[in-house]
Write a protein that binds this ligand. Structure first.
Ligand SMILES: [Zn+2]
Length: 247
């Protein structure tokens, strides 16, 4: 693939930063597929492909899937025609080693529209957001005691609006687990963030930006710098045309 004008976005940020929400909005606005390592792994395992079998071997033991397998899966994925205009990565790369692999990938080489966007939120906010999450073990609905409050509460326990099941706090969202997830995140993310900073592709959404303004900030970052071919113009749906740069 020789399209150097494709749009590559990497979303970075701690758990609870709302990367999934932003990914959906970005995908819709720029018409690029959202590639998450979790989805790719599930898909490969479901299809029982050679790589899926290898990945499953580690996952069943509760181990992290080795970087080289993740990398091969990502390479296969970006080779598909729907990725020709670019992709949005979420959950990949997860460390410097993967970031270096990504940098050397043929798909990325010479790409001029490469953005690593870090959504920064303070630890207290991560803990507040995640520890206020409630989960329905039956229908899998997710609630939040701050902005998506379940309607019913019986004997101090919230019930699912849809199926009436008692809501639970997932182990992942318990305060102690969240603190540990944050530590794991910082250990691998900080060197990776420096790596992208040194490549001059890092953009930071500061933690002072309100949650509802994050997407607006992301579009500003992208559209101020985006370079693309005139013939590709119709493929991308921008609100502002005056900011476009031509190479
Ligand atoms: Zn339910």
């Amino acid at each position: 693939m020789t399209n150097h004008k494709k749009l590559i976005i990497i979303l970075l940020g701690p758990p609870g930063a709302g990367k999934g929400t932003q990914a959906k909005l970005i995908e819709d606005r720029y018409n690029i597929p959202h590639i998450s390592t979790g989805d790719i792994l599930r898909d490969a395992i479901l299809k029982n492909s050679a790589l899926g079998k290898k990945a499953n071997f580690y996952m069943q033991k509760g181990d992290l899937v080795p970087d080289n397998i993740i990398f091969d899966l990502i390479e296969n994925r970006v080779d598909q025609p729907e990725c020709k205009n670019g992709v949005l990565f979420d959950g990949f790369p997860r460390n410097v080693r993967q970031a270096k692999m990504l940098q050397n990938m043929d798909y990325i080489k010479d790409c001029e529209n490469f953005f690593a966007i870090l959504i920064n939120i303070p630890d207290e906010e991560v803990i507040k957001r995640l520890s206020n999450r409630r989960y329905c073990p039956k229908c899998k609905s997710i609630y939040n005691l701050i902005h998506k409050i379940p309607k019913r509460k019986v004997n101090g326990v919230y019930l699912c609006d849809y199926c009436g099941t008692e809501l639970i706090i997932r182990d992942d969202d318990k305060v102690e687990t969240v603190k540990n997830r944050l530590k794991v995140y910082y250990d691998s993310a900080e060197p990776m963030i420096d790596f992208f900073r040194n490549l001059s592709v890092l953009h930071i959404i500061e933690d002072t930006v309100l949650q509802e303004d994050v997407f607006h900030e992301i579009t500003k970052i992208i559209e101020e710098e985006l370079i693309y071919e005139p013939s590709d113009r119709h493929k991308l749906s921008f609100a502002s045309s005056e900011r476009q740069k031509w190479s």
